[in-house]
Design a protein around this ligand. Structure first.
Ligand SMILES: [Fe+2]
Ligand SMILES: [Fe+2]
Length: 260
């Protein structure tokens, strides 16, 4: 069972890179299931129902998200309507949408659980992702041993710690949010594939996907300024996890970086 997870898609250049590059990745690696973090897909901030549908049509099976999922108000009702779109599970009760789901991988008929969590260090004050993650995974594993976790978090220590905490419960714990791919992929001792951050999909000539001039303006002058998705040299950052469907254990984890 090959699971492809694509890092935060940023605005139109990121969506374009995803739709342009996925066919070649499909023919090379034949993923059974494609998960994509879409929190930045609409103009760099948030997601709209139309863009979510565009990403599904282009080949995403499930969309995960993070702190930016709330940026476009149109998404709030859609979060309750579309089970293939996840927001982090550890928001308080009463928040629209859901943080996990069990899906069927099209070609294989195998079930896969997907869980989205958000970190708390330098981020929102949320429920504890370690406690929530362990509880939800125990429930998911009653339905399937294949369980993928997108941990949307800022600091490497929190991400690494969650990887250890969920080792053996999750098939993979892969980080998102910081938009720079790390080179620390490994399979932990109890069979969980781990990567601190998957990276982003968007313009490479940028500051984490935003036009470099926009980001520099804010660092130089500390004034509010407009942030636009970068267009220069779009690329796609992803990770491919191959797992044993009977045990849910990861067999391999491979980082991908593809330029348009
Ligand atoms: Fe992001
Ligand atoms: Fe984020």
């Amino acid at each position: 069972m090959k699971i492809l997870f694509i890092g935060d898609v940023i605005g139109h250049p990121g969506r374009r890179a995803f739709s342009d590059l996925l066919p070649a990745i499909r023919s090379e690696h034949a993923p059974d299931f494609v998960i994509l973090n879409a929190e930045n897909a609409a103009g760099g901030f948030g997601l709209t129902p139309e863009i979510a549908q565009e990403l599904f049509a282009a080949g995403a099976d499930v969309l995960t998200s993070g702190n930016h999922i709330w940026d476009k108000k149109q998404i709030l009702d859609y979060l309750d309507l579309e089970p293939r779109l996840l927001r982090p599970a550890n928001y308080p009760a009463g928040v629209p949408g859901r943080g996990w789901g069990v899906f069927t991988a099209g070609t294989t008929e195998m079930k896969i659980g997907v869980l989205n969590l958000e970190g708390r260090v330098y981020m929102h004050h949320l429920e504890n992702p370690f406690v929530a993650g362990q509880e939800i995974l125990k429930r998911l594993r009653q339905e399937t041993p294949l369980c993928f976790v997108d941990f949307h978090a800022e600091v490497t220590s929190e991400k690494r710690a969650l990887g250890w905490y969920l080792d053996g419960l999750a098939t993979a714990v892969i980080g998102s949010h910081t938009h720079v791919q790390t080179a620390d992929e490994e399979i932990l001792p109890r069979g969980t594939a781990y990567l601190t951050d998957v990276g982003m999909t968007g313009g490479r000539d940028s500051v984490i996907g935003i036009e470099k001039e926009d980001a520099l303006h804010r660092f130089l002058y500390s004034m509010p300024s407009r942030f636009s998705p970068a267009t220069g040299r779009p690329w796609l950052n992803a990770v491919l996890v191959n797992a044993d469907p009977a045990s849910g254990r990861a067999l391999s984890v491979q980082r991908l970086q593809r330029a348009v």
